[in-house]
Design a protein around this ligand. Structure first.
Ligand code: MN
Length: 736
């Protein structure tokens, strides 16, 4: 067990004016509260807050953090209340302890959706003061170091949670040492087999590796000394989890892993970094594409260093990191201390530029209701490597790997993103979904007439871009629904002998809104526009209020819809698909701004995935999906059309109709059904007519995955000798 005096000595060494009495008081308080409690290891419980406070002192944190470290479990695990802590230690300490307690109560359940919700809560709890997260990380670090005492069924889930959430967060906060330790500790419990294999291999090669490390260090020291540069040189075997990741990404067995050893050269001045780099590159051949200059372009978490890989003395690859003492300290654990020094007191996410990603996640989580979508984007933001690209002015922008010009545009300004119409990368015009690379110069072409496109959502990577595009689309779609709804109410009102605009001023709006569960007139229009409420029901309610006769059955009955949902070529007979299948198919359609809207597939044109489609807002019957070239759609009122998309998620077959003309020979039907059978295509129903001129006309309702499968099988049918023509049945003009 660490002693309090060791911690105090450590703190005073970097903070001579530290509140020694306050820290001692927190220690005494924790000792009293946890008295008699033991850890699963059998040690007194107090060993845990001591270890946490010690880890915080290693990070050179302030008094509040250290005190909160001692107290972090008192509210959750003892009879102490947060009010008691507030009285004894003040507002700031109590707020941090409260935040840590809240995070501890969140369960990061393995179910994705709940996990997303939990992470949202945690981000909220920490964004007001990052010290909450720092104390929580120190807490988790000690719990991971003592995980062997935990029940075996809990070990794995705690380790997974650490790997999924805490290690990436530590990385984002620039706590490199803690991130690596958390990863290795988690890895040991998540993949004990691979961990043991790496451990054994390293054990067997230890002597050889030690000799190799000594040899390289000696050469490095010699060449650096000859150039009169002062430097510390270290060599070490990489962390187990890093080795594992390399095995995975390069698909290499352990025996082929050469660069598992990394060397670090720590110098006094920046110019020495580049001098040492030059020396290393002239002694050993650099591996192309592996040099990274994080000194002139620091990472988002302020990490600075030169990285290079060279072919070492035995021709083996070895990695070199070259940095100054200051950079080395910051890289290991200094970033949090740096903020505290600069900001003093509370570190709010919104005040620290390096925490802009956290800020963006917060903005986004306020807008985004879909927690799975949130989790997906959070993962991209937390886990992927960053790339650094340049504005035409030479400013650096940080983006996740795989980011596109649209992400870049939104990074520059929301307005630039919203009006982005094209992009130049390194002076060449590129498509907007181009993946950017580090070092690219990106220029965005804007046009105030251009607006975000639903397709952008398929390729953007950042939370910011995604949130802005969705915001735009939602607003736009709602605007359309509002004006459509108003229009429908006015037109229907005329048929119904009601001047809608006049009547709406006379009715009791509160009562009307309550009846249709809306808050404003715009909401009411939107509800009608989205077909969540029926226009005639609204009109009837208004008439009732005004004491007008309701004309039930007369003008009240809806006029026949201009597009019939049920029109089908009579020859083909009725469809025979169950309702639940129809519903499941309907879920594969995305409607902007319209989750929960009833939708169905038109039976006139029978769209299948791959077809260009369009939605028709029917009166009171939700949205009917037609192919974009369906005659019924071409005849429809344009303001009732809404853009819809396949989301590509369904495995379900879709029914559609094909028409085959053939010579009237025996066996044609047999051949046709043979081909369909071979392609695993179901026949829903069929109809054959023979005409006097010796032709057969065959109408079939078939179930296909998508247009690709459909057109392939149509080509095969066309190849049959007796077949004249195969077409997709087009709804007859006037059939509707
Ligand atoms: Mn704890």
């Amino acid at each position: 067990m660490i002693r309090i005096q060791e911690i105090l000595d450590k703190v005073v060494a970097y903070r001579p004016d530290a509140d020694v009495e306050g820290i001692r008081k927190a220690y005494v308080f924790a000792a009293a509260m946890h008295a008699g409690q033991t850890r699963l290891s059998g040690e007194p419980y107090l060993s845990h807050p001591l270890a946490v406070a010690d880890a915080l002192a290693d990070l050179h944190l302030d008094d509040t953090s250290i005190i909160a470290g001692f107290l972090h479990d008192t509210v959750e695990d003892t009879r102490t209340t947060i009010e008691h802590v507030r009285e004894e230690f003040g507002e700031e300490v109590a707020d941090v302890v409260d935040g840590v307690t809240k995070i501890s109560l969140i369960s990061f359940d393995s179910k994705e959706e709940q996990q997303a919700e939990s992470i949202r809560k945690m981000i909220l709890a920490t964004s007001e003061d990052i010290r909450v997260l720092l104390v929580k990380l120190a807490d988790r670090l000690h719990n991971m170091r003592t995980l062997q005492f935990q029940k075996s069924e809990k070990q794995k889930s705690i380790a997974q949670e650490t790997m999924d959430i805490y290690a990436p967060l530590a990385n984002r906060l620039g706590l490199h040492r803690i991130k690596l330790e958390l990863e290795d500790l988690s890895f040991r419990y998540i993949r004990p087999d691979v961990y043991a294999q790496i451990d054994k291999w390293i054990e067997e090669h230890r002597a050889a590796d030690a000799a190799y490390i000594a040899e390289v260090i000696a050469s490095l020291r010699e060449m650096i000394a000859a150039a009169s540069i002062r430097a510390r040189v270290k060599g070490r075997i990489k962390h187990y989890y890093s080795i594992y990741r390399k095995m995975q990404s390069k698909h290499l067995p352990l025996d082929d892993m050469y660069d598992i050893i990394a060397f670090r050269i720590v110098v006094q001045e920046i110019k020495d970094c580049y001098n040492v780099l030059g020396l290393a590159h002239s002694a050993w051949k650099p591996v192309p594409g592996r040099f990274k200059d994080y000194i002139s372009v620091p990472k988002a978490n302020m990490y600075q260093s030169l990285h290079t890989t060279v072919a070492g003395p035995r021709g083996e690859r070895m990695e070199l990191q070259i940095r100054t003492e200051e950079m080395d300290y910051m890289a290991e654990n200094g970033l949090a201390a740096h903020w505290l020094y600069k900001e003093g007191g509370k570190i709010k996410a919104k005040d620290v530029q390096q925490l802009s990603w956290l800020r963006e996640m917060l903005d986004w989580q306020r807008e985004e209701n879909d927690s799975l979508e949130f989790l997906r984007t959070l993962r991209v933001d937390l886990f992927t490597d960053e790339i650094y690209v340049f504005t035409p002015q030479g400013d650096v922008k940080e983006l996740p790997e795989g980011a596109t010009p649209v992400d870049f545009a939104y990074q520059v300004h929301s307005k630039v993103g919203d009006n982005c119409s094209g992009a130049k990368v390194n002076s060449r015009l590129v498509p907007l979904n181009t993946r950017l690379k580090s070092g690219d110069y990106v220029e965005i072409i804007t046009d105030s007439a251009r607006h975000p496109n639903r397709d952008w959502l398929k390729f953007v990577k950042t939370a910011k871009a995604r949130s802005r595009i969705q915001h735009y689309l939602r607003t736009e779609e709602r605007g359309r629904a509002v004006s459509l709804g108003r229009d429908i109410l006015e037109k229907q009102g005329r048929r119904y002998n009601l001047n809608f605009q006049k009547a709406i001023k006379e009715v009791n709006l509160t009562q009307l809104y309550a009846e249709f569960r809306v808050k404003t007139l715009e909401d009411l229009y939107a509800a009608v526009g989205y077909s969540q409420a029926q226009a005639r029901t609204v009109l009837r309610a208004m008439k009732e209020q005004l004491g007008l006769p309701s004309d039930e059955g007369g003008a009240l009955s809806a006029p026949p819809p201009p597009v019939s949902q049920d029109a089908a070529p009579s020859a083909a007979g009725g469809a025979a698909f169950s309702k639940s299948e129809e519903e499941r198919r309907a879920e594969s359609i995305k409607i902007s701004g319209g989750s929960g809207i009833l939708r169905r597939f038109a039976k006139c044109c029978n769209p299948v995935p791959g077809d260009h489609i369009i939605g028709y807002i029917s009166r009171g019957r939700g949205i009917t999906i037609h192919t974009a070239d369906c005659p019924a759609i071409l005849a429809a009122e344009p303001e009732r059309l809404i853009s819809v998309n396949w989301d590509g998620s369904t495995e379900h077959p879709f029914p559609t109709r094909i028409h085959i003309s053939s010579r009237n020979v025996k066996g044609v039907l047999h051949e046709v059904s043979g081909i369909l059978l071979k392609e695993d295509i179901n026949i829903g129903s069929g109809n054959i007519r023979s005409s006097l001129d010796g032709r057969s006309e065959i109408d079939l309702l078939v179930e296909v995955r998508d247009t690709v499968q459909l057109y392939q099988v149509m080509a095969k049918l066309r190849a049959l000798p007796a077949v004249y023509e195969v077409i997709r049945s087009v709804p007859q003009e006037g059939a509707a």
